[in-house]
Design a protein around this ligand. Structure first.
Ligand SMILES: Nc1ncnc2c1ncn2[C@@H]1O[C@H](COP(=O)(O)OP(=O)(O)OP(=O)(O)O)[C@@H](O)[C@H]1O
Length: 231
């Protein structure tokens, strides 16, 4: 169980352009959930992700990792095991390295871990089923945007983070590739037990794949629904 309580984020505090981006924001989630964060432009979705990664320091708030441990956030001790995938397919890969080398680096340092990265990455590539598992020696810069995005998702997952944040990771993809990536996302969520929080604007994908939908408006949580279609 992870719980955020009373989070408040202010940009440019005390200046004329001061902006409260999150206010009295509280929510909790269980390990293994697949949650979509929705809301109009500027409602605070990316700010929420930056709070979770520790990239910005909230004005106020608490972060509960489990029933026993409470931290006044940000607490880097508990925020370290989070991976994030962005919309831009180039942001999560090393273009001059091969697919195989990218997978190995995804599981961080150490000989044993490098091998683990390759094995786990290969398993995920096979599941993705677009033929990349047979092209391990290909340089990543030769791949299409969709293929690079799939690889980014795999790299972010093989170190088995507690939480995987997906910031519009299907936004730049054609509908077919977006479905493939969402299938892989579900596989990672269910088979590896990784909690997924994703920002997504595609109604069809949200309804098909999310178990739970959080809705933000102007920095506040205004909705928290179970998706009846799959739960
Ligand atoms: N670095 C910043 N400095 C000042 N204001 C910011 C900064 N980052 C975001 N904001 C403002 O905070 C509010 C929330 O922004 P945020 O990026 O979290 O929204 P979002 O829901 O992710 O939007 P989008 O869907 O457009 O990506 C917006 O009004 C935005 O203009």
């Amino acid at each position: 169980m992870v719980k955020l309580e009373e989070i408040k984020v202010i940009y440019n505090k005390g200046e004329v352009n001061e902006k409260i981006a999150l206010e009295n924001f509280s929510f909790k989630f269980k390990k293994g959930e697949l949650i979509t964060v929705t809301g109009s432009n500027g409602s605070g979705k990316s700010t929420l992700f930056k709070v979770l990664t520790g990239d910005i320091k909230p004005e106020h708030g608490y972060y509960f990792l489990d029933e026993k441990n409470t931290y006044k956030i940000p607490s880097y001790k508990i925020l370290k095991n989070i991976s994030i995938v962005y919309q831009n397919p180039d942001s999560g890969v090393f273009p001059d390295l091969t697919i195989e080398e990218n997978l190995m680096l995804g599981s961080k340092k150490g000989r044993r871990l490098l091998k683990f990265g390759k094995v786990k990455g290969l398993d995920l590539l096979k599941n993705l089923d677009i033929g990349l598992d047979k092209r391990l020696k290909t340089k990543v810069k030769e791949l299409s945007g969709g293929q690079k995005q799939a690889l980014s998702l795999i790299i972010a997952s093989i170190s088995k983070p507690d939480i995987l944040l997906l910031d519009e990771h299907t936004a730049a993809l054609d509908p077919k590739m977006a479905e493939k990536i969402m299938n892989l996302t579900t596989y990672i969520n269910k088979n590896m037990g990784i909690t997924v929080l994703m920002i997504n604007h595609n109604e069809k994908l949200i309804r098909k794949y999310s178990e739970r939908i959080l809705q933000l408006d102007n920095g506040r949580l205004v909705g928290d629904f179970k998706n009846k279609k799959i739960s």
